[in-house]
Design a protein around this ligand. Sequence first.
Ligand SMILES: [Zn+2]
Length: 481
Amino acid sequence: MLCVMKDTWGSYSLVRTVRNKRHWQAPDRPMFVSAWNVSMRVKGRGQAMPSSGVAICADCLAVPLGENPAKVRAECACVRKASAWAVAEGKLRFKSVVRQEAAEMRKPKLRMKWGEVFTTYLENGPEDRRQRINKLRRVLEGPTGKRAEDLCIEDWTAAQVRLWAQMYQEYDRRGWTVPGAAPLDAWEQLRRVAGTLPPLDYVRMSPGNRTIQSVLGDLKSTLGNLSRGRYLLALEGRLPEIPWLSRMSLNVPAPDTRPGIEPAAYQAMWEAMPGLKETNLKAWLALRIYWVTGIRPVEQLRIREDWLEVDEEGRVLLVVRNRPALPMDQWPKLGDGSGRPDLAYEYLGKAFKLKAWRSAQVRALELPADVVAVIDQLKHPGWSIFGHQCVTHAIKLQRVVNQWIRQFVPEGAHASYLLRKNALTVRAAVEDVEAARVMAGHGDRKTTEGYYIDPKSTSRQLTDAELGPKAPARRLRMAVG
Ligand SMILES: [Zn+2]
Protein backbone atom coordinates (compact mmCIF):
# COMPACT_ATOMS: atom_id res chain seq x y z
CA MET A 1 0.00 0.00 0.00
CA LEU A 2 2.87 2.38 0.68
CA CYS A 3 5.14 4.20 -1.61
CA VAL A 4 7.29 6.39 0.60
CA MET A 5 9.04 9.37 -0.92
CA LYS A 6 11.49 11.31 1.22
CA ASP A 7 12.30 14.97 0.84
CA THR A 8 13.89 17.71 2.92
CA TRP A 9 10.48 18.76 4.17
CA GLY A 10 9.48 15.28 5.23
CA SER A 11 8.02 12.22 3.57
CA TYR A 12 4.80 11.06 1.99
CA SER A 13 3.09 8.07 0.46
CA LEU A 14 0.02 7.80 -1.73
CA VAL A 15 -2.84 5.82 -0.26
CA ARG A 16 -5.77 4.24 -2.07
CA THR A 17 -8.27 4.28 0.79
CA VAL A 18 -10.64 1.32 1.00
CA ARG A 19 -14.21 2.27 1.83
CA ASN A 20 -16.14 0.53 4.54
CA LYS A 21 -17.37 -2.92 3.47
CA ARG A 22 -20.96 -1.73 3.83
CA HIS A 23 -20.44 0.35 0.70
CA TRP A 24 -19.07 -2.50 -1.39
CA GLN A 25 -21.35 -3.52 -4.25
CA ALA A 26 -20.35 -7.18 -3.86
CA PRO A 27 -18.14 -9.01 -1.28
CA ASP A 28 -15.49 -9.54 -3.95
CA ARG A 29 -15.71 -6.03 -5.41
CA PRO A 30 -13.98 -3.60 -3.02
CA MET A 31 -14.84 0.10 -3.22
CA PHE A 32 -12.27 2.88 -2.82
CA VAL A 33 -12.34 6.57 -2.01
CA SER A 34 -12.28 8.21 -5.44
CA ALA A 35 -9.22 10.46 -4.98
CA TRP A 36 -5.69 9.68 -3.86
CA ASN A 37 -5.06 10.36 -0.18
CA VAL A 38 -1.63 11.43 0.87
CA SER A 39 -0.16 10.17 4.09
CA MET A 40 2.39 12.87 4.87
CA ARG A 41 4.78 13.61 7.67
CA VAL A 42 5.98 17.20 7.67
CA LYS A 43 9.01 17.95 9.86
CA GLY A 44 7.98 19.82 12.94
CA ARG A 45 4.33 19.15 12.39
CA GLY A 46 3.71 15.42 12.53
CA GLN A 47 1.47 13.19 10.50
CA ALA A 48 -1.54 14.12 8.34
CA MET A 49 -3.67 12.38 5.70
CA PRO A 50 -5.10 15.02 3.35
CA SER A 51 -6.84 14.19 0.10
CA SER A 52 -4.92 15.23 -3.00
CA GLY A 53 -8.16 15.79 -4.92
CA VAL A 54 -6.57 13.85 -7.79
CA ALA A 55 -8.93 11.12 -8.99
CA ILE A 56 -7.65 7.53 -9.04
CA CYS A 57 -7.96 6.35 -12.64
CA ALA A 58 -10.00 3.25 -13.55
CA ASP A 59 -6.85 1.16 -14.20
CA CYS A 60 -5.40 2.03 -10.81
CA LEU A 61 -8.74 1.31 -9.17
CA ALA A 62 -8.72 -2.13 -10.82
CA VAL A 63 -5.46 -3.13 -9.10
CA PRO A 64 -6.46 -5.90 -6.68
CA LEU A 65 -6.82 -5.24 -2.98
CA GLY A 66 -3.53 -5.89 -1.19
CA GLU A 67 -1.42 -4.44 -3.96
CA ASN A 68 -0.49 -0.76 -4.07
CA PRO A 69 -1.31 0.82 -7.44
CA ALA A 70 1.01 3.74 -6.62
CA LYS A 71 3.81 1.21 -6.59
CA VAL A 72 2.82 -1.20 -9.30
CA ARG A 73 1.64 1.61 -11.62
CA ALA A 74 4.17 4.26 -10.54
CA GLU A 75 4.28 5.69 -14.03
CA CYS A 76 0.50 6.16 -14.34
CA ALA A 77 -0.52 9.76 -14.98
CA CYS A 78 -2.85 9.85 -11.95
CA VAL A 79 -0.07 8.61 -9.66
CA ARG A 80 2.36 11.20 -11.00
CA LYS A 81 -0.20 13.98 -10.64
CA ALA A 82 -1.02 13.02 -7.03
CA SER A 83 2.70 12.79 -6.22
CA ALA A 84 3.30 16.27 -7.61
CA TRP A 85 0.46 17.59 -5.45
CA ALA A 86 1.91 15.85 -2.37
CA VAL A 87 5.36 17.36 -2.88
CA ALA A 88 3.98 20.86 -3.40
CA GLU A 89 1.68 20.55 -0.38
CA GLY A 90 4.47 19.16 1.80
CA LYS A 91 6.79 22.00 0.91
CA LEU A 92 4.05 24.54 1.63
CA ARG A 93 3.32 23.04 5.02
CA PHE A 94 6.98 22.88 5.90
CA LYS A 95 7.42 26.53 4.97
CA SER A 96 4.73 27.57 7.43
CA VAL A 97 6.43 25.52 10.15
CA VAL A 98 9.72 27.33 9.48
CA ARG A 99 7.94 30.67 9.52
CA GLN A 100 6.25 29.89 12.82
CA GLU A 101 9.50 28.78 14.40
CA ALA A 102 11.18 31.96 13.27
CA ALA A 103 8.38 34.01 14.76
CA GLU A 104 8.74 32.09 18.04
CA MET A 105 12.47 32.89 18.00
CA ARG A 106 11.84 36.59 17.44
CA LYS A 107 9.31 36.75 20.27
CA PRO A 108 10.91 37.93 23.50
CA LYS A 109 11.08 35.25 26.11
CA LEU A 110 8.12 35.90 28.38
CA ARG A 111 9.97 35.15 31.54
CA MET A 112 10.26 38.30 33.54
CA LYS A 113 11.80 38.56 36.95
CA TRP A 114 10.10 40.55 39.69
CA GLY A 115 13.25 42.63 40.02
CA GLU A 116 12.46 44.34 36.73
CA VAL A 117 8.91 45.12 37.85
CA PHE A 118 10.18 46.53 41.15
CA THR A 119 12.68 48.79 39.39
CA THR A 120 10.11 50.13 36.94
CA TYR A 121 7.48 50.63 39.63
CA LEU A 122 9.89 52.38 41.97
CA GLU A 123 10.88 54.74 39.16
CA ASN A 124 7.37 55.64 38.02
CA GLY A 125 5.00 54.50 40.74
CA PRO A 126 2.66 56.47 43.01
CA GLU A 127 3.65 58.07 46.26
CA ASP A 128 3.26 54.87 48.29
CA ARG A 129 5.28 52.83 45.77
CA ARG A 130 7.86 51.70 48.27
CA GLN A 131 5.24 50.32 50.69
CA ARG A 132 3.47 48.59 47.83
CA ILE A 133 6.62 46.90 46.61
CA ASN A 134 7.42 45.83 50.17
CA LYS A 135 4.01 44.18 50.49
CA LEU A 136 4.52 42.39 47.22
CA ARG A 137 7.96 41.33 48.36
CA ARG A 138 6.52 39.90 51.63
CA VAL A 139 3.96 37.81 49.77
CA LEU A 140 6.54 36.51 47.31
CA GLU A 141 9.27 35.78 49.84
CA GLY A 142 7.18 34.43 52.73
CA PRO A 143 6.22 31.11 51.16
CA THR A 144 9.34 30.67 48.97
CA GLY A 145 12.16 31.91 51.18
CA LYS A 146 13.82 33.29 48.06
CA ARG A 147 14.71 36.83 47.14
CA ALA A 148 11.68 38.30 45.37
CA GLU A 149 13.83 40.02 42.72
CA ASP A 150 15.06 36.65 41.45
CA LEU A 151 11.64 35.02 41.16
CA CYS A 152 9.84 34.84 37.82
CA ILE A 153 6.37 36.29 37.46
CA GLU A 154 5.27 33.27 35.43
CA ASP A 155 6.01 30.97 38.36
CA TRP A 156 3.76 32.87 40.76
CA THR A 157 0.55 31.01 41.65
CA ALA A 158 -2.66 31.62 43.54
CA ALA A 159 -1.71 28.69 45.79
CA GLN A 160 1.39 30.59 46.87
CA VAL A 161 -0.66 33.62 47.85
CA ARG A 162 -3.07 31.39 49.77
CA LEU A 163 -0.13 29.77 51.55
CA TRP A 164 1.16 33.19 52.46
CA ALA A 165 -2.24 34.04 53.98
CA GLN A 166 -2.19 30.75 55.94
CA MET A 167 1.30 31.53 57.18
CA TYR A 168 0.27 35.05 58.13
CA GLN A 169 -2.67 33.74 60.15
CA GLU A 170 -0.21 31.52 62.01
CA TYR A 171 2.10 34.51 62.44
CA ASP A 172 -0.85 36.33 63.95
CA ARG A 173 -1.82 33.36 66.20
CA ARG A 174 1.72 33.30 67.56
CA GLY A 175 1.32 36.93 68.60
CA TRP A 176 4.01 38.13 66.24
CA THR A 177 1.93 40.99 64.87
CA VAL A 178 2.67 42.91 68.06
CA PRO A 179 5.55 45.30 67.25
CA GLY A 180 8.86 43.79 68.32
CA ALA A 181 7.36 40.38 69.14
CA ALA A 182 8.33 38.53 65.96
CA PRO A 183 11.65 36.65 66.07
CA LEU A 184 14.18 37.47 63.36
CA ASP A 185 13.67 34.10 61.72
CA ALA A 186 9.86 34.23 61.99
CA TRP A 187 9.18 33.38 58.35
CA GLU A 188 11.87 30.74 58.31
CA GLN A 189 10.14 29.10 61.28
CA LEU A 190 6.81 29.33 59.48
CA ARG A 191 8.25 27.83 56.30
CA ARG A 192 9.44 24.82 58.27
CA VAL A 193 5.86 24.11 59.36
CA ALA A 194 4.20 25.32 56.15
CA GLY A 195 3.08 21.81 55.21
CA THR A 196 1.35 21.23 58.55
CA LEU A 197 -0.41 24.57 59.00
CA PRO A 198 -4.16 24.51 59.59
CA PRO A 199 -6.21 25.58 56.57
CA LEU A 200 -7.20 29.22 56.18
CA ASP A 201 -9.48 30.18 59.05
CA TYR A 202 -12.60 31.82 57.65
CA VAL A 203 -14.41 31.92 61.01
CA ARG A 204 -12.32 33.65 63.62
CA MET A 205 -12.22 37.42 63.38
CA SER A 206 -8.76 38.84 63.72
CA PRO A 207 -7.01 42.15 63.06
CA GLY A 208 -4.35 40.10 61.21
CA ASN A 209 -7.02 39.26 58.65
CA ARG A 210 -7.40 42.95 57.95
CA THR A 211 -3.74 42.89 56.89
CA ILE A 212 -4.32 39.87 54.65
CA GLN A 213 -7.23 41.60 52.93
CA SER A 214 -5.47 44.89 52.48
CA VAL A 215 -2.30 43.28 51.16
CA LEU A 216 -4.28 41.31 48.58
CA GLY A 217 -6.15 44.46 47.59
CA ASP A 218 -2.86 46.29 47.18
CA LEU A 219 -1.35 43.50 45.07
CA LYS A 220 -4.35 43.67 42.77
CA SER A 221 -4.04 47.38 42.26
CA THR A 222 -0.25 47.40 42.01
CA LEU A 223 -0.41 44.82 39.21
CA GLY A 224 -3.83 45.74 37.80
CA ASN A 225 -4.67 47.33 34.48
CA LEU A 226 -4.63 50.90 35.71
CA SER A 227 -1.18 50.46 37.15
CA ARG A 228 0.10 48.60 34.07
CA GLY A 229 -1.06 51.43 31.86
CA ARG A 230 0.42 54.12 34.06
CA TYR A 231 3.28 53.07 36.29
CA LEU A 232 4.43 49.94 34.48
CA LEU A 233 3.99 51.28 30.98
CA ALA A 234 7.69 50.80 30.23
CA LEU A 235 7.11 47.03 30.40
CA GLU A 236 4.20 47.10 27.98
CA GLY A 237 3.90 43.97 25.87
CA ARG A 238 6.42 42.13 28.03
CA LEU A 239 4.84 42.11 31.47
CA PRO A 240 2.96 38.82 31.68
CA GLU A 241 -0.70 38.75 32.57
CA ILE A 242 -1.58 37.30 35.96
CA PRO A 243 -5.15 36.27 35.20
CA TRP A 244 -5.87 34.58 38.55
CA LEU A 245 -4.96 37.60 40.64
CA SER A 246 -7.94 39.80 39.82
CA ARG A 247 -10.31 36.86 40.51
CA MET A 248 -8.70 35.96 43.82
CA SER A 249 -10.44 36.72 47.10
CA LEU A 250 -9.58 35.90 50.70
CA ASN A 251 -12.71 36.63 52.71
CA VAL A 252 -11.17 36.09 56.10
CA PRO A 253 -13.17 37.94 58.77
CA ALA A 254 -11.54 41.18 59.82
CA PRO A 255 -12.70 43.80 62.28
CA ASP A 256 -14.49 46.86 61.07
CA THR A 257 -12.21 49.86 61.06
CA ARG A 258 -14.64 52.35 59.62
CA PRO A 259 -15.00 55.47 61.73
CA GLY A 260 -17.94 55.86 64.06
CA ILE A 261 -20.36 58.72 64.52
CA GLU A 262 -19.03 62.20 65.26
CA PRO A 263 -20.37 63.72 68.51
CA ALA A 264 -22.18 66.57 66.75
CA ALA A 265 -23.91 64.18 64.35
CA TYR A 266 -24.81 61.93 67.27
CA GLN A 267 -26.37 64.82 69.15
CA ALA A 268 -28.41 65.82 66.08
CA MET A 269 -29.70 62.25 65.63
CA TRP A 270 -30.59 62.01 69.28
CA GLU A 271 -32.59 65.23 69.08
CA ALA A 272 -34.37 64.19 65.87
CA MET A 273 -35.73 60.93 67.33
CA PRO A 274 -38.92 62.28 69.01
CA GLY A 275 -39.89 63.97 65.74
CA LEU A 276 -39.38 60.74 63.84
CA LYS A 277 -41.68 58.93 66.26
CA GLU A 278 -44.46 61.30 65.16
CA THR A 279 -43.91 60.79 61.43
CA ASN A 280 -42.67 57.19 61.02
CA LEU A 281 -43.29 54.91 63.96
CA LYS A 282 -41.74 51.80 62.35
CA ALA A 283 -38.54 53.63 61.50
CA TRP A 284 -38.39 55.02 65.00
CA LEU A 285 -38.81 51.52 66.44
CA ALA A 286 -36.08 50.08 64.22
CA LEU A 287 -33.66 52.84 65.19
CA ARG A 288 -34.50 52.59 68.87
CA ILE A 289 -33.86 48.84 68.82
CA TYR A 290 -30.49 49.34 67.11
CA TRP A 291 -29.66 51.95 69.66
CA VAL A 292 -30.45 50.05 72.84
CA THR A 293 -29.60 46.49 71.78
CA GLY A 294 -26.77 46.80 69.26
CA ILE A 295 -28.51 44.14 67.19
CA ARG A 296 -27.25 43.43 63.66
CA PRO A 297 -29.29 44.73 60.73
CA VAL A 298 -29.68 41.17 59.38
CA GLU A 299 -31.03 40.12 62.73
CA GLN A 300 -33.44 42.99 63.03
CA LEU A 301 -34.87 42.01 59.65
CA ARG A 302 -35.90 38.67 61.14
CA ILE A 303 -37.25 39.56 64.59
CA ARG A 304 -40.49 37.69 65.15
CA GLU A 305 -42.87 38.33 67.94
CA ASP A 306 -41.96 34.95 69.47
CA TRP A 307 -38.38 36.19 69.93
CA LEU A 308 -39.71 38.30 72.80
CA GLU A 309 -39.77 36.72 76.27
CA VAL A 310 -40.79 38.08 79.66
CA ASP A 311 -38.55 37.22 82.60
CA GLU A 312 -39.61 36.67 86.23
CA GLU A 313 -39.24 40.32 87.00
CA GLY A 314 -41.54 41.24 84.13
CA ARG A 315 -38.78 42.60 81.90
CA VAL A 316 -39.30 42.10 78.18
CA LEU A 317 -36.27 40.44 76.58
CA LEU A 318 -35.44 40.19 72.91
CA VAL A 319 -33.84 36.74 72.68
CA VAL A 320 -31.53 36.26 69.72
CA ARG A 321 -30.45 32.67 69.14
CA ASN A 322 -30.25 30.04 66.40
CA ARG A 323 -33.81 29.07 65.56
CA PRO A 324 -35.14 26.18 63.54
CA ALA A 325 -37.55 26.75 60.68
CA LEU A 326 -41.16 27.07 61.76
CA PRO A 327 -43.34 24.19 60.65
CA MET A 328 -45.68 25.35 57.91
CA ASP A 329 -48.75 24.65 60.01
CA GLN A 330 -47.61 27.39 62.36
CA TRP A 331 -47.50 30.01 59.62
CA PRO A 332 -50.36 32.49 59.46
CA LYS A 333 -53.10 31.26 57.17
CA LEU A 334 -54.43 32.94 54.07
CA GLY A 335 -57.53 34.94 54.76
CA ASP A 336 -59.42 33.15 51.97
CA GLY A 337 -60.83 30.49 54.29
CA SER A 338 -58.67 27.82 52.63
CA GLY A 339 -56.54 27.34 55.74
CA ARG A 340 -53.43 27.29 53.53
CA PRO A 341 -50.26 28.89 54.94
CA ASP A 342 -49.52 32.39 53.69
CA LEU A 343 -46.35 32.19 51.60
CA ALA A 344 -45.71 35.88 52.19
CA TYR A 345 -44.38 34.81 55.60
CA GLU A 346 -41.83 32.40 54.27
CA TYR A 347 -38.81 34.54 55.14
CA LEU A 348 -39.89 34.81 58.73
CA GLY A 349 -40.64 31.12 58.94
CA LYS A 350 -37.20 30.09 57.69
CA ALA A 351 -34.54 28.85 60.07
CA PHE A 352 -32.51 31.66 61.63
CA LYS A 353 -28.77 31.29 61.98
CA LEU A 354 -26.60 33.62 64.00
CA LYS A 355 -23.52 35.01 62.33
CA ALA A 356 -21.36 33.12 64.84
CA TRP A 357 -23.82 30.22 64.69
CA ARG A 358 -21.27 27.63 65.77
CA SER A 359 -20.72 29.29 69.12
CA ALA A 360 -24.52 29.46 69.48
CA GLN A 361 -24.36 32.64 71.51
CA VAL A 362 -27.73 33.40 73.01
CA ARG A 363 -28.39 37.03 73.73
CA ALA A 364 -31.26 38.15 75.94
CA LEU A 365 -31.48 41.87 75.31
CA GLU A 366 -33.78 43.84 77.52
CA LEU A 367 -36.17 46.20 75.75
CA PRO A 368 -37.23 49.49 77.36
CA ALA A 369 -40.92 50.16 78.02
CA ASP A 370 -41.38 52.68 75.21
CA VAL A 371 -40.07 50.13 72.69
CA VAL A 372 -42.31 47.37 74.06
CA ALA A 373 -45.34 49.68 73.86
CA VAL A 374 -44.74 50.40 70.18
CA ILE A 375 -44.15 46.71 69.39
CA ASP A 376 -47.50 45.90 71.01
CA GLN A 377 -49.03 48.46 68.72
CA LEU A 378 -47.39 47.21 65.46
CA LYS A 379 -46.85 43.47 65.74
CA HIS A 380 -48.72 40.96 63.67
CA PRO A 381 -49.98 38.16 65.89
CA GLY A 382 -47.18 35.59 66.12
CA TRP A 383 -45.02 37.27 63.51
CA SER A 384 -42.85 40.29 62.79
CA ILE A 385 -42.65 42.83 65.57
CA PHE A 386 -42.96 45.48 62.88
CA GLY A 387 -46.12 43.92 61.49
CA HIS A 388 -44.33 43.22 58.21
CA GLN A 389 -46.24 41.11 55.76
CA CYS A 390 -43.21 40.07 53.72
CA VAL A 391 -39.49 40.55 53.34
CA THR A 392 -39.93 43.40 50.85
CA HIS A 393 -41.54 45.52 53.54
CA ALA A 394 -38.79 44.65 55.99
CA ILE A 395 -36.08 45.63 53.53
CA LYS A 396 -37.90 48.81 52.60
CA LEU A 397 -37.97 49.80 56.25
CA GLN A 398 -34.24 49.22 56.57
CA ARG A 399 -33.69 51.43 53.58
CA VAL A 400 -35.73 54.22 55.14
CA VAL A 401 -33.77 53.84 58.37
CA ASN A 402 -30.45 53.98 56.55
CA GLN A 403 -31.52 57.07 54.66
CA TRP A 404 -32.47 58.71 57.91
CA ILE A 405 -29.10 57.97 59.46
CA ARG A 406 -27.34 59.26 56.38
CA GLN A 407 -28.84 62.69 56.91
CA PHE A 408 -26.50 62.90 59.87
CA VAL A 409 -23.64 60.61 58.87
CA PRO A 410 -23.47 61.09 55.10
CA GLU A 411 -20.46 58.89 54.40
CA GLY A 412 -21.75 55.86 56.32
CA ALA A 413 -22.16 53.08 53.78
CA HIS A 414 -23.59 50.66 56.33
CA ALA A 415 -25.49 53.29 58.18
CA SER A 416 -27.41 51.07 60.60
CA TYR A 417 -24.19 49.31 61.53
CA LEU A 418 -22.99 52.58 62.99
CA LEU A 419 -25.64 52.35 65.66
CA ARG A 420 -24.57 48.81 66.48
CA LYS A 421 -20.99 49.97 66.87
CA ASN A 422 -22.18 52.86 68.95
CA ALA A 423 -24.17 50.66 71.29
CA LEU A 424 -21.23 48.27 71.71
CA THR A 425 -18.80 51.09 72.37
CA VAL A 426 -21.03 52.61 75.01
CA ARG A 427 -21.58 49.21 76.63
CA ALA A 428 -17.83 48.60 76.75
CA ALA A 429 -17.34 52.03 78.26
CA VAL A 430 -20.00 51.83 80.94
CA GLU A 431 -19.22 48.21 81.80
CA ASP A 432 -16.42 46.40 80.02
CA VAL A 433 -15.45 44.61 76.85
CA GLU A 434 -16.86 41.29 78.08
CA ALA A 435 -20.31 42.88 78.55
CA ALA A 436 -20.03 44.34 75.07
CA ARG A 437 -19.04 40.91 73.73
CA VAL A 438 -22.14 39.31 75.26
CA MET A 439 -24.31 42.08 73.89
CA ALA A 440 -22.75 41.79 70.45
CA GLY A 441 -23.08 38.02 70.29
CA HIS A 442 -19.45 37.60 69.36
CA GLY A 443 -17.85 34.18 69.74
CA ASP A 444 -14.71 35.58 71.32
CA ARG A 445 -13.45 38.73 72.98
CA LYS A 446 -10.92 39.53 70.29
CA THR A 447 -13.74 40.05 67.84
CA THR A 448 -15.39 42.58 70.13
CA GLU A 449 -12.11 44.30 70.89
CA GLY A 450 -11.70 44.70 67.17
CA TYR A 451 -14.49 47.26 67.36
CA TYR A 452 -12.80 49.53 69.85
CA ILE A 453 -9.88 51.83 69.63
CA ASP A 454 -9.56 51.92 73.41
CA PRO A 455 -10.46 48.61 74.99
CA LYS A 456 -10.39 49.45 78.82
CA SER A 457 -19.40 43.75 80.96
CA THR A 458 -25.70 40.02 81.77
CA SER A 459 -27.27 41.72 78.84
CA ARG A 460 -29.27 44.61 80.00
CA GLN A 461 -30.51 47.53 78.01
CA LEU A 462 -28.38 50.60 77.80
CA THR A 463 -30.16 53.42 79.55
CA ASP A 464 -31.01 56.62 77.77
CA ALA A 465 -28.72 58.40 80.21
CA GLU A 466 -25.84 56.19 79.11
CA LEU A 467 -26.62 56.54 75.45
CA GLY A 468 -27.30 60.27 75.53
CA PRO A 469 -24.92 62.70 73.88
CA LYS A 470 -23.98 64.26 77.22
CA ALA A 471 -23.26 60.98 78.98
CA PRO A 472 -19.74 60.47 80.30
CA ALA A 473 -19.29 57.41 78.09
CA ARG A 474 -19.63 59.61 75.04
CA ARG A 475 -16.43 61.34 75.92
CA LEU A 476 -14.65 58.12 75.04
CA ARG A 477 -13.69 57.95 71.43
CA MET A 478 -16.43 56.43 69.36
CA ALA A 479 -16.03 53.01 67.92
CA VAL A 480 -13.13 52.78 65.54
CA GLY A 481 -11.10 49.67 64.74
ZN1 LIG B 1 -3.76 5.60 -12.57
